[in-house]
Design a protein around this ligand. Structure first.
Ligand code: BG6
Ligand code: BG6
Ligand code: GLC
Ligand code: GLC
Length: 917
């Protein structure tokens, strides 16, 4: 009895002594709660640094955006391939995610070896090997016939700009293949797969193993928003608020961040807790100076740390009677599994003896106890450090959600965590101690990270299918060079038709003579009134022209024309105009002055002289009754008479294109074309009299108002008109008319966009499939909004704000699509303009028999002026389609009122000359 007690006492004493000895020796490895709280705070600061745009480049914890925005919602389904590369085992899998609701996942997998010569050889060979394994798997499983999407779990730090791309930042753990760092691993693997002709696989997603783990666990527990790996390496990911991720545009919702916490301390932040053993281990590793936090924690290093400690203790005579075995000198001889075995509750001591004996040592009882305790200190430190970093993440989550208490789940994986008998317990306990205000559930990922990767792939493949649908719609608006050449040539034919007497009556491009025969010569002078009706704004102007110095002074006032007047009776419209003139004269103190007036009237008018213009038909937003077929000058005169307050001398009626050409022509004598890209679309140019069969005389030139907006009204553009163009046409004031204008001008582009958005929404591709009242409202996308949305300087967030202003509640993805739609529609418009203009300048060049033509085009209109890309694309297209013309574009700064006044001045001079004769 006494002997038993004595034995027990002896043993306890022995144990205490050994533990004390080791504790003393490894004093530095035992971290107090205070130190852990301090490390937790440091890691919080590191996360912040990694998330900041300016601080990220120098941050050691990279906080990589993963482009995964949501955890699985159970609606995922389909059949997927999965690769799992970078942990202790390389696996190829087929994952079947069940249909609707049942949350049933079936997996078939196959492990493949990863020999050192492959993972540390040449990058190309590594990817070829992976592709070979995939092909082998597919052959064995008879999957060759199927085209399956693939999700790649790649457990290394990758910088992603989208889900299906990842540039390897650096190898970690055991891998070190050449030529891979800094390149996209998805395209490398895709290239390698091409070698297998019969392999047809699309890599849709690249995910880190932490992300795969989080997603795997989240499939079963929707509270899961963190994924942690404590295996060969260690790392964690979590769901961060988008508004905190400065590296990715948008502020809505959350995105998973792969912290790459293994690199914590690489900038020296952990030097105070690193020991001589950590330093020694680092120096002997594949990546010295890197992954310093990981090297204190993960499975690849824990055994090695133990070995280094034992070696040192033996050398110091503290173990094995000072004997060292040769095996103890060999790197890697003690592995994580050994550490786990030695720490087993009951068999631990026996295991220790066996393991040490296998290493060629002859351990005493005391040695075994000491070695066991070394293992405990090393693995406990590992758990402590992980706990501190994880506690930092949990605190961040709680603060992001502004909660007093956080309830959450952490998905866990990795061999160290799984096979070490005490590890999970210790980790959980320390985490709960460090963050008492978080209720944490730790959920072990039983099936590895690939189930989660398959979920991600499922979502990606749905997104890809949707993307295809969107692209299909956008493709309708893309014109090939051949198509543009065809349009240019058709326009040319229409121009000739309109000029010829026989074909003119049927021509859709009306080619209206304007009776403007020359450009201003600088001798014009006087005070004129001008009206500018038909663009975005209705203006009344006073224009003072001084001769000789080519200087013009203008005073103007903008008036609104209410919709009910634009679409009321002709009398009401003209009475309103005269009312505005009266207000203006009053405002300028000119009541009673009898000034000559030039009338810019931006609608198609048949003219028999400069001061007569019969409205052929309304275009754009006007539809006043009793005007078509009437002379608008007469109508204006009659309205003035009805008011009976003042008299005006209406000398000229001009189209806005003509006014614009004149305004620019006053500065640049080469300006022989006037172009409007505004509410409407039109062009005028100086034509040889001999070509204008409708007007007597062959001498000189006359300006022709082409009214090209009607191009296509005979169906010649039907091959490029989309269903959306047709819808816009049908909803317009003049169905079937002005088809070219309806594909090109500001008044209609927004409407085309709206029709496309409605269609995409109906297909469930936008606005969560909900067509709002606002989206049903005609005219919400004014030119200025299109221009703002497409501005490159605008962040996605601002695009979203504009859409919100328009009453459209969009997500960031929606905003991207809306911007793309606007871009496709406005690009087509600019290209169509370019093709039309190319037809004219080419005609001018040929008519004059020039090899090369230098010509200036005066341009005006809100689309041209406000849109960020329109003018550039238009100019590029003209260059491409009329390469022998050197076209200068001159923006009309002063509007067409100035030009109208100049025309009036010339007409007045000629009028007086006629009277004198
Ligand atoms: C596996 C996952 O279960 O765990 C892998 O499927 C992951 O994706 C691995 O990399 C991590 O643990 P270890 O110990 O294999 O590195
Ligand atoms: C103005 C001209 O600058 O531009 C008008 O003065 C012209 O005559 C107008 O109609 C065209 O642009 P928008 O965009 O206003 O239709
Ligand atoms: C390494 C890798 C990281 C991975 C981790 C766990 O730290 O850099 O990407 O998640 O190991 O496998
Ligand atoms: C419409 C009109 C045309 C005008 C153009 C630009 O196309 O019919 O006359 O020039 O709009 O305002």
């Amino acid at each position: 009895m006494f002997a038993v007690h004595l034995m027990a006492f002896y043993f306890t004493k022995l144990k205490e002594d050994q533990i004390k000895k080791v504790d003393r020796f490894l004093y530095h490895m035992r971290l107090s709660d205070e130190t852990l709280l301090d490390i937790m705070a440091r890691f919080q600061a590191e996360m912040q640094k990694g998330l900041g745009k300016d601080t990220n480049p120098t941050a050691s914890v990279k906080m990589l955006p993963t482009f995964i925005r949501a955890i699985p919602d159970g609606s995922e389904n389909g059949e997927f391939l999965s690769l799992d590369l970078g942990g202790s085992k390389f696996r190829v899998l087929k994952v079947q995610v069940s249909e609707e609701g049942k949350r049933n996942v079936q997996m078939e997998s196959q492990f493949y070896p990863t020999p050192n010569e492959i993972i540390r050889g040449n990058g190309t060979e590594l990817f070829e090997y992976v592709a070979d394994c995939l092909a082998d798997f597919m052959k064995t499983k008879e999957l060759m016939e199927k085209k399956l999407p693939l999700g790649l779990t790649f457990s290394f730090p990758c910088k992603q700009t989208k889900l299906e791309e990842g540039v390897l930042l650096s190898w970690t753990k055991k891998f070190k293949a050449r030529g891979v760092q800094g390149t996209d691993v998805v395209s490398s693997l895709t290239n390698a797969m091409r070698k297998h002709k019969d392999l047809d696989v699309d890599i849709l997603a690249l995910v880190n193993d932490t992300v795969g783990t989080m997603m795997t666990c989240a499939y079963d527990d929707p509270y899961c928003e963190v994924g942690v790996i404590i295996g060969t390496g260690t790392n964690a990911c979590y769901m961060e608020d988008m508004s905190n991720i400065e590296l990715v545009e948008g502020d809505e919702g959350r995105m998973c961040i792969n912290t790459e916490w293994g690199a914590f301390g690489d900038d020296g932040a952990l030097e105070d807790i690193r020991t001589e053993f950590d330093q020694e281990l680092d120096l002997g590793s594949l990546n010295p100076g890197k992954q310093l936090f990981e090297k204190m924690i993960s499975g690849l290093y824990v055994g090695e740390l133990v070995r280094l400690i034992l070696l040192k203790m033996a050398k110091a005579g503290l173990l094995f009677g000072g004997e060292k075995s040769s095996a103890l000198h060999i790197k890697g001889k003690i592995e994580t599994r050994h550490v786990a075995a030695m720490e087993k509750y009951k068999e631990g001591l026996a295991n220790t003896r066996e393991i040490l004996t296998d290493l060629g040592l002859e351990p005493s009882e005391a040695d075994c106890i000491a070695v066991q305790h070394v293992c405990t200190i090393v693995s406990f430190r590992s758990a402590n450090l992980c706990a501190a970093a994880l506690a930092a993440i949990l605190t961040r989550l709680r603060e992001n959600k502004k909660l007093v208490r956080l309830r959450t789940t952490v998905g866990m994986d990795g061999t160290l965590y799984k096979i070490h008998p005490q590890y999970p317990k210790r980790l959980h306990k320390v985490v709960r101690k460090l963050v008492p205000n978080c209720d944490v559930r730790f959920l072990l990922s039983e099936s590895g990270s690939t189930k989660g990767a398959a979920m991600v792939t499922a979502v990606a493949s749905r997104v890809q299918a949707q993307r295809k649908q969107i692209d299909k719609v956008l493709a309708l608006f893309r014109l090939t060079r051949e198509q543009l050449v065809g349009i240019r040539d058709k326009m040319r034919v229409e121009l000739e038709y309109g000029l010829k007497r026989d074909t003119h009556p049927l021509a859709t491009v009306k080619m209206l003579p304007t009776y403007v025969c020359g450009m201003p010569d600088g001798t014009e002078k006087g005070k004129f009134l001008a009206l500018d009706l038909g663009g975005t704004n209705f203006r009344v102007l006073l224009v003072k022209i001084r001769s000789g110095r080519r200087s013009v002074r203008m005073y103007n006032k903008i008036f609104t024309i209410p919709l009910e007047i634009m679409q009321g009776t002709g009398e009401e419209l003209f009475d309103h105009i005269v009312q505005c003139i009266a207000d203006f004269l009053d405002y300028m103190g000119l009541k009673g002055a009898q000034l000559p007036l030039g009338f810019t009237f931006s609608f198609p008018c048949r003219q028999a002289s400069i001061d007569k213009g019969t409205l052929i038909e309304w275009t754009k937003g006007f539809k006043a009754t009793d005007c078509e077929g009437e002379d608008v000058v007469d109508m204006l005169r009659e309205a003035i008479k009805r008011r009976n307050e003042f008299d005006l001398d209406i000398v000229a009626v001009v189209n806005d294109t003509v006014g614009t050409m004149m305004t620019c022509g006053y500065e640049d004598r080469n300006c022989e074309v006037g172009l409007i890209a505004g509410t409407g679309s039109n062009m005028c140019y100086m034509e040889e009299m001999r070509n204008i069969e409708l007007v007597e005389g062959d001498e000189g030139k006359m300006c022709i108002n082409t009214e090209w907006g009607g191009f296509g009204d005979n169906g010649c553009l039907d091959d490029i008109r989309t269903q959306y163009d047709k819808e816009v046409d049908e909803g317009s004031l003049n169905p079937g008319k002005q088809r070219y204008e309806k594909m090109t001008s500001g008044m209609y582009l927004g409407e085309i966009v709206r029709q496309i958005l409605i269609d995409l929404t109906k297909q469930g591709l936008l606005f969560r499939g909900q067509i709002s009242e606002r989206l049903r409202t005609r005219g919400i996308f004014e030119t200025k909004f299109l221009s703002q949305i497409e501005s490159d300087r605008l962040a996605l967030l601002q695009v979203r704000k504009i859409l919100q202003q328009l009453g459209l509640d969009s997500t960031c993805e929606d905003s991207i699509v809306v911007k793309e739609v606007c871009g496709a529609v406005s690009r087509r418009a600019a290209e169509l303009y370019g093709a039309g203009l190319a037809a004219i300048v080419e005609k001018r060049r040929e008519d004059q028999g020039f090899e090369h033509l230098k010509i200036t085009v005066g341009v005006d209109g809100t689309l041209y002026k406000l849109h960020p890309h329109f003018s550039r694309i238009l100019q590029e297209t003209v260059k491409e389609l009329a390469p022998r013309c050197d076209v200068t574009f001159m923006l009309s700064e002063d509007g067409s009122g100035k030009g109208a006044a100049l025309i009036t001045a010339v007409a007045k001079r000629l009028q007086q000359a006629r009277r004198q004769n």
